[in-house]
Ligand binder design. Structure first.
Ligand code: NAP
Length: 261
């Protein structure tokens, strides 16, 4: 069953919408892709690991949804342009897109003093410059259509800095500035921009960032159960299913026991 039949049955709040989700091969992005597809959206799943994306598309299709895998590196502007071109060429998605979830990102263990400076460029290219390019291109397209949703995935450390992850946190401060600046720039033209700031979510994030698993486990044990990616996906879905005149521009979603940061 394809998306059209979901919408005929009026089963999904997002039927007829096409959503791009970056970082869809894992964690928050993967959960979000599954959830938006379950609500009837045609989903364009982007990340570098193509096999993972293909598995995700197969899972969505097995549940009656519609999805497309696009393997790209979203820290590279030409790849982002390719992603948007492939989306617009995708017939099952209606040759358009309504929503972009700017989710792909990575952490970096350590502070300004202790993080590995050899990784700084890569973290900024992905978390800030790649996100900025995608948001810019999507915003230009959406303003012309006078509708659309851009959801950027920031972090609690992009609002309340922690000295223990200050370099990574600085990328999420930048993303928050870009999201709110863009919201103010284009909100009069029917486009919503939202920033979702997760607390600690169990995903591949910790390994990619290079956390020492033993120390990390001890540090967070006091917070009680951590979030699963699904909790963030639910928040994103909520933003997207509000009436078009309602823009919740920021949400912070933490494990209940997380008191820092
Ligand atoms: N987990 C947390 O505690 C937490 C807290 C606050 C905010 N966040 C933010 O939430 C977002 C998602 O993180 P997550 O927890 O779901 O982590 P994750 O499980 O590591 O997922 C990251 C995703 O980003 C993709 N990605 C990484 N580099 C990419 C690149 N250059 N081009 C394309 N895709 C790329 C990865 O796919 P490929 O490797 O296949 O490319 C993967 O799908 C990130 O922006 C992160 O900063 C996470």
């Amino acid at each position: 069953m394809k998306n059209a039949s979901l919408s005929q049955n009026n089963q999904g709040l997002l039927s007829g919408k096409t959503a791009i989700v970056t970082g869809a091969s894992s964690g928050i992005g993967r959960s979000t892709a599954l959830l938006l597809a379950a609500d009837g959206a045609a989903v364009v799943a982007a990340a570098r690991r193509e096999e993972r994306l293909k598995e995700l598309v197969a899972e969505i299709e097995s549940k009656g949804g519609t999805a497309l895998a696009v393997a790209v590196d979203v820290s590279v502007p030409a790849d982002i342009d390719l992603l948007l071109q492939k989306t617009l060429a995708w017939k099952d998605g209606g040759n358009k897109y309504d929503t972009v979830v700017v989710n792909a990102g990575r952490g970096l263990a350590g502070s300004l003093l202790t993080s590995d400076p050899k990784q700084w460029q890569e973290v900024y290219d992905l978390n800030v410059l790649g996100a900025a390019h995608l948001m810019r291109q999507a915003a230009l397209y959406m303003v012309a259509r006078k509708a659309g949703d851009i959801v950027a995935i920031g972090s609690v450390v992009g609002r309340q800095i922690s000295p223990f992850s200050s370099f990574y946190g600085s990328t999420k401060f930048a993303l928050a500035a870009l999201a709110e600046g863009l919201r103010r720039e284009i909100c009069g033209q029917g486009v919503r921009v939202s920033l979702v700031m997760p607390g600690i979510v169990t995903s591949e994030f910790q390994a990619v960032a290079g956390y020492n698993q033993e120390n990390f486990g001890k540090d967070v044990a006091k917070f009680g159960p951590l979030l699963e990616p699904q909790a963030i996906a639910e928040g994103i879905r909520w933003l997207l299913t509000l009436p078009p005149q309602v823009n919740v521009s920021e949400i912070m979603i933490r494990p209940t026991g997380q008191n820092y940061p």
